[in-house]
Design a protein around this ligand. Sequence first.
Ligand SMILES: Cc1cc2nc3c(=O)[nH]c(=O)nc-3n(C[C@H](O)[C@H](O)[C@H](O)COP(=O)(O)OP(=O)(O)OC[C@H]3O[C@@H](n4cnc5c(N)ncnc54)[C@H](O)[C@@H]3O)c2cc1C
Ligand SMILES: Nc1c(O)cccc1C(=O)O
Length: 495
Amino acid sequence: MGIRTGDQYIRGLGSRQPEIWLQGRMVTNVCEEAVFRQPIYEIAKLYDMQHDEKYQDKITHICQETGERVNNAFLVAKTPEELQAKRVLYETYAEATFGLMGRTPDFLNVVLTSLYSNASFLERYNPQWAENAKNYYKYVRDQDLFLTHAIINPQNDRSKSSHEQNDAYTHLGAVEETPEGLIVKGAKMLATLAPITDEVIIYSFPGFQPGDERYALAFAIPIDTPGLRIICREPMQDGIRSVYDHPLASRFEEMDALLVFHDVLVPWDRLFLYNNVEAANLLYPKTGIGQQPAHQTGVRGLLKLQFATEVAMRLADSIGVDVYPNVQNHLGELAQSLESVRALLRTAELDYETLPSGELMPGYVQLETIRGLLPKLYPRAIEVIQIIGAGGFLMSPTDSDMEHPDLTEDMEKFYAGRKGISGTDRVRLFKLAWDLCGEAFGQRLLQYERYYTGDPVRKLAIFYNNYKKSHACTMVDDALSVFATKTASQTKQVL
Ligand SMILES: Cc1cc2nc3c(=O)[nH]c(=O)nc-3n(C[C@H](O)[C@H](O)[C@H](O)COP(=O)(O)OP(=O)(O)OC[C@H]3O[C@@H](n4cnc5c(N)ncnc54)[C@H](O)[C@@H]3O)c2cc1C
Ligand SMILES: Nc1c(O)cccc1C(=O)O
């Protein structure tokens, strides 16, 4: 089939009946649920862009194997141009959502592409797992499906491993093998956008201990598989608040959910890894499923930081505070942060690594540096927005006030900004900025940037340990070499 339209994506959602729990009730028709309507529409727009001649050649290509047009997320990049073609896709989708939607379809489709192209890793443990992963990639590519994922265990007791939790099936684990497949039970967090996706893929960050064998799992199943329960967090918008009052929150909220598996059947041909702690711990570092998506998340994060920076600049300009050096310093800092991330992305694409398969992997150090910086740079950008808008955020009236004839004069006089900025323009801008920096929606966006890639504390420590291995600190040896040729007294004389 190849690329879908937005309408085909929506019809796909409508044809399924996943078990979605939202505010104490079961959702019967996800497409008609107010909270999901706008996010579904935003994702559908991305599917439609694949058919729009303005974007088609930028974000899709003809698949050599099938002759059909497919999304660039499924490209195994073997040339710098193909790496850039993937970046253009990430940019195009991030621009369409201002970088505010983290789990657009390209993200997990890139994960899957990396699993496919590095399936030889799975083959070493079990050829059938490798075959299953490759077939699943082709299925998702050719049906143009939208995936969610859950790779973390629930937080019950982080000081204990999976097999030490109070109940053997708190964390998702295998229960029994049947002729049809594996029965699994327990929970996994945190599946962003789960209610409006087609399929879910399960795997884990490394961290399994001996004894955790039953939890060492990777598989993918349809989102409406019987026994799979999606428990949504409390929504941050109700789906009816006006676009005028909440121009971002009303459009881009990504629902997050806990996935609970009640004796769910995973067919054998959908199993990619099972009962092997070593393989589960090596899956992430050895298949590129962390590094390849870091290219997508780096581009998306850049766009989000750019958006926040532009909002801060426009706010300052709208009320004339950009004339002050302290405000200029804040804005200059954001601009430099943004340009640093942009430069890192460029060099990541230039300093790619070529894998034995011929696949190109963008530079690890640069992408990981972006991952380490964004959890600090984005919250800082939001803080600058709060500092610049100050009390002005707390005087924005609603759409209905702005439109009331009795208030028109006051609205235009007291809400206007510096010369040329009408009351309506200024209120609109402040409302947009408040969605980012004050609303629960904006706080989630901030929490997302801190944690989407895992715990930033442990990630930075891992980065340091890897960095140390490839950096022998030879400059220090050179400087110390002065002592190697001379005795202490000779050295003193030289100095
Ligand atoms: C908005 C949002 C969306 C997300 N979407 C997804 C998604 O779609 N799919 C998905 O799989 N995941 C998703 N995640 C989850 C994300 O992967 C995790 O939040 C992240 O890996 C951190 O894990 P945690 O939240 O369980 O924190 P924890 O690991 O529980 O950490 C809590 C705190 O304890 C500290 N801590 C815990 N353990 C240790 C340790 N061993 N050593 C030192 N310090 C420790 C941490 O530093 C942190 O401060 C999302 C998260 C957010 C916030
Ligand atoms: N955060 C990630 C995820 O959820 C899936 C795959 C990769 C990552 C990552 O940032 O490494």
